[in-house]
Every structure is written in structure tokens, then in C-alpha cells.
Write a protein that binds this ligand. Structure first.
Ligand code: NAD
Length: 471
């Protein structure tokens, strides 16, 4: 190892203590990773492996994850701070991504047609024409810290199914399970050079990847701000870009909603993973007929959550990822408080080691407040009353984001009517946060470009070639 490389300290956010170190690879490591990825792509060792064979390797990855599930989830929970139960739920989705995309490996093909082109039969040409789908090339995969292993699997499974060679960068805060996944990919039979992991900071490794002429595509999950930096950096070689970005998801609780479902559902939609979720339902709009009961119910749900580290018993919620994130959440809540918002419950850090913040419910919010407009990425929800359905929808859409939304109602027509009008890539009706590998996921407006999951999720790693054969 190059001794001049900066080492990054990796922390347990429940204690603030160091649990490991990884190097900041910098531009040189990215160059080397791209060189290895390109060599493996050119050799065809992976992309030209028969689809049925690639499928077996991806299926083996899933089996090996299952075999090491306890170890992986313990590390994921320790490094990110999420509870063991959540780490398990996330990892199970990711494992199924490998099995789902294993199925696609043998079904990647284009279309064909026989053509006769010309003004009349005598002066026409006959062609056999077809399209073929090819792996797009060397892809750069950059992920955030809030679901480190799941985000890695959501990107690697379709990229590998498509036949791409990869350079992968985990978040600097949470690189540890990605490094375990590297061992699993090797043990499952992914050939040397096909997936190359580089640890480091966004400004060094991430920037080197987004601007690299040897990378054909970047698939990024993270903040809208960094998504824009990546889109700009990608113009050098016009590399393709897929972006899964931030959100400020609205939750509409109608007057006829079943509150016994809606209150725990909406509470889970914001507080899961301590609100550090792109889809977090952070703006609740409750019909005035149920508003008081919703505020009371969500506040009670917040107060009932038990906070603690991943090694402690009976824990519902972990800490935030870092002191920086804790300071940001605190700043936004204080800004709201100073401007007249009411903190119904929470609104403070826990008095203990680690980066814990109490689940927080806020009312009397104005739409120009920062805490209402900006993605907080913490366990903080605002609740506003509404009288008119259309006004509530307009306010739900009054954001730069368009990632997800929830609608709670017993009226099926109302559910479909509202769903049609919402600017959100995913709408959950009478549920919060449902995912499946087969259903595309992605954001409208400034929540992203393109979609992952499903066939759309593999298409972003393919290019289509059109061929005309004159007969
Ligand atoms: P972030 O944008 O700060 O960082 C994400 C990744 O980008 C990290 O690996 C980071 O090192 C890297 N990065 C930072 N600066 C970079 C640069 N200049 N060039 C290239 N890469 C750079 O985001 P975060 O704080 O780690 O994660 C939280 C954000 O991720 C939130 O906005 C959240 O909504 C979003 N997110 C979106 C989804 C989704 O699917 N839409 C899922 C999870 C998280």
C-alpha cells in the first residue's frame, strides 16, 4: 500500500468510537481500478460468459450472503447505526435483487423484423433487421451511507447481470460491509477485475470516477446536490448517468382514513432508520377532521420508540450517522422553533455518547421554513392540517423533489384520483415503504434521472445496437 495515502477513520455512530480505517484511494486508485475493469471488459471474461452461467454466479452470491447473513448484518448495524432487525430486512431485499437479476441474465435480447423498403416492389430492398442489447461498458457505482449494503447490492446485481465491469465506491462513513461483499463476489466466481472496490471521499475518489474518460456510465445514489456535480462532471466524455437522489415525501391522511393503520404506517414511514431514508415521509398533511388524532398518535408513536446501539437489547431506532448529521438536524429544528413552529415531542439530541436524536413531531409550520423545504434526513416530521383535497395535493407537490408519496384513505376512487395527481415516482396507498425487486423505483423532478429495480433497472446498464442486413 502507498503509505502516503490518507486513512479514513470509520466510526460506530452509537458510541463515536473508531471501528476501522480505510484508505482514501484518490485518483491513482481510481485509474488502477478503471484499468482493471476495462481489461476485464475487453477480454469478455464476464460479458461474454453465457447468460445461464452468469446467472449461476449471481445466484451463488445470494447464497453466500445468506450463509454470512449474521456477520454481515452485525457489521452493517454497527457501522451505520441501524438496528439489527432493519439491517436484516434491508439485506434480504438486496439478496433477492441478486436472485431476481440472475433470472434476467438468460433473457437479455433484442427484437428482429423482416423489412421490404422502397416505393414499389420492383425498386425495393429487402432487409433482415434486428436490435441487440450489449453491456454498456465500464460502470462507476457510487452509493451513500444510509443503506450501505442494500445500495451496493441494488447497483451491483443489475450491472453484473447486464455483463458490465464495475468500479464501486462506498460512502466514506460506511465502507465495511462493501468490503465483505467484495470477498463474497470473488468466492461466488465473479472473475478477477470485474468488480473493483475503491474506498475514499466523494471529493477525491467520487470526483475522479465521475470525470474519468475510461468510465462509460455512472450510477449514483445520494444527495441532489452531489447528483448535479456528478452530472456536470460526466459531460467530459458524455458518460451516461443514472441518479437516485433525495426526497421530501408527502403523506396525505384523508378524513376517511383508517387511523389504526395510517398512524403506525406514517410513523414507520418517517422514523425507520432514524429518518435517514430517501423516501422518508417527512411532510404529513392530515385532513382537519382527523388532524388532532394524527398529531397525538404520531407523537405517541415517536415517544414509544426505544433508542440505542445495535448491540443493545430491544432497540427500535439507532443513532444518526455522524456528529455532522446530528448538527444539521438540530440546526433545522432550531431554525423552525425560532420561527414559531411548535415542537410537539422530541426536538433534542439524547444526552449520551453517540449521535442520537429524539424522534420529533412538529406543527405550526410555515411553507417557507427551511425544515419544511429541505431534506432533513433525520427522525423529524412536520404535520399540517388541510380542508380541501386539491389544495393538499398542490401543497404535496410544492417541492423540488418527487421521489415518493403515501395516500391513506378507505375510498378507492379517491386513492386513484390523488395518486394520478401526485408528482412522485412511487406512490404507496394505505402502506408506507413497500419495495420489490420487480417494481421500478426512481424519482421525478430533482429526485433523480432514470429508475432502478425491475427490467428498467437492468436496461440502464445496456445499450441497444440496430443492425440492417440487406438480403
Ligand atoms: P452524498 O450525496 O453526500 O454522498 C453520496 C455518495 O457520493 C458518497 O459515496 C460520497 O462520497 C459521494 N460523493 C460526495 N461528493 C461527491 C462528488 N463531488 N463527486 C462524486 N461523488 C461524491 O449523500 P449522503 O449524505 O451520503 O446520503 C444521503 C443522500 O442520499 C440523501 O439526499 C438521500 O435522499 C439520498 N438517497 C437517495 C436514495 C434513492 O434511491 N433515491 C437512496 C438512499 C439515499
Amino acid at each position: 500500500m502507498d503509505d502516503n495515502r490518507t486513512m479514513i477513520s470509520v466510526l460506530d455512530p452509537a458510541t463515536g468510537e473508531e471501528i476501522g480505517q480505510v484508505p482514501d484511494g484518490g485518483g491513482a486508485s481510481v485509474d488502477e481500478a478503471v484499468r482493471r475493469a476495462r481489461a476485464s471488459f475487453t477480454s469478455g471474461v464476464w460479458r461474454h460468459m453465457p447468460g445461464a452461467q452468469r446467472a449461476k454466479v449471481l445466484w451463488r452470491v445470494a447464497d453466500l450472503i445468506d450463509q454470512r447473513i449474521d456477520e454481515l448484518c452485525a457489521m452493517e448495524a454497527r457501522n451505520n447505526g441501524m438496528s439489527r432487525g432493519l439491517a436484516r430486512a434491508f439485506t434480504d431485499i438486496g439478496t433477492e435483487m441478486f436472485r431476481y437479476y440472475a433470472g434476467w441474465c438468460s433473457k437479455i435480447h433484442g427484437q428482429s423484423t423482416d423489412l421490404r423498403v422502397g416505393p414499389d416492389a420492383a425498386s425495393s430492398y429487402e432487409y433482415h433487421a434486428y436490435t441487440s442489447l450489449e453491456a454498456i461498458g465500464v460502470v462507476g457505482l457510487i452509493v451513500p451511507w444510509n443503506g450501505p449494503l442494500l445500495c451496493a447490492m441494488v447497483k451491483l446485481a443489475p450491472a453484473l447481470a447486464a455483463g458490465c465491469s464495475c468500479v464501486f465506491k462506498p460512502a466514506e462513513e460506511t465502507p465495511l460491509t462493501a468490503l465483505m461483499l467484495a470477498d463474497i463476489l470473488r468466492d461466488a466466481g465473479v472473475p478477477d477485475g470485474v468488480v473493483n472496490f475503491v474506498t475514499g471521499y466523494g471529493e477525491t475518489v467520487g470526483a475522479a470516477m465521475s470525470g474519468h474518460d475510461g468510465i462509460d456510465k455512472i450510477a449514483f445514489t445520494g444527495s441532489t446536490e452531489v447528483g448535479k456535480i456528478i452530472a456536470r462532471a460526466a459531460t467530459g466524455n458524455l458518460k451516461r448517468v443514472t441518479l437516485e437522489l433525495g426526497g421530501k415525501s408527502p403523506v396525505l391522511i384523508c378524513g376517511d382514513a383508517d387511523l389504526a393503520q395510517a398512524i403506525p404506517g406514517a410513523a414507520a414511514g418517517i422514523f425507520t432508520n432514524s429518518g435517514q431514508a430517501c423516501t422518508a415521509g417527512s411532510r404529513i398533511f392530515a385532513h382537519r377532521a382527523v388532524y388532532d388524532r394524527v398529531v397525538e398518535g404520531i407523537a405517541a408513536a415517536a415517544d414509544a420508540l426505544r433508542l440505542g446501539g445495535s448491540d443493545e437489547a430491544d432497540v427500535d431506532l439507532g443513532p444518526l450517522i455522524s456528529a455532522r448529521q446530528l448538527a444539521r438536524v438540530n440546526e433545522l429544528v432550531e431554525d423552525g422553533r425560532n420561527q414559531g413552529a411548535t415542537i410537539v415531542t422530541g426536538g433534542a439530541a439524547l444526552d449520551r455518547a453517540g449521535f442520537f436524536y429524539r424522534p420529533t413531531v412538529i406543527t405550526d409550520v410555515r411553507t417557507d421554513m427551511r425544515l419544511y423545504r429541505e431534506e432533513i434526513f433525520g427522525p423529524v416530521v412536520t404535520i399540517m392540517p388541510f380542508d380541501d383535497e386539491d389544495e393538499a395535493i398542490a401543497e404535496a407537490n410544492n417541492t423540488q423533489y418527487g421521489l415518493a408519496a403515501q395516500v391513506w384513505t378507505r375510498d378507492v376512487s379517491r386513492a386513484h384520483r390523488i395518486t394520478r395527481k401526485l408528482d412522485a415516482g412511487t406512490v404507496w396507498v394505505n402502506c408506507a415503504v413497500a419495495f420489490d425487486p420487480s417494481i421500478p423505483f426512481g424519482g421525478f423532478k430533482q429526485s433523480g434521472w432514470g429508475q432502478e429495480y425491475g427490467w428498467k433497472g437492468i436496461e440502464i446498464y445496456l445499450r441497444s445496437k440496430s443492425v440492417f442486413v440487406q438480403l
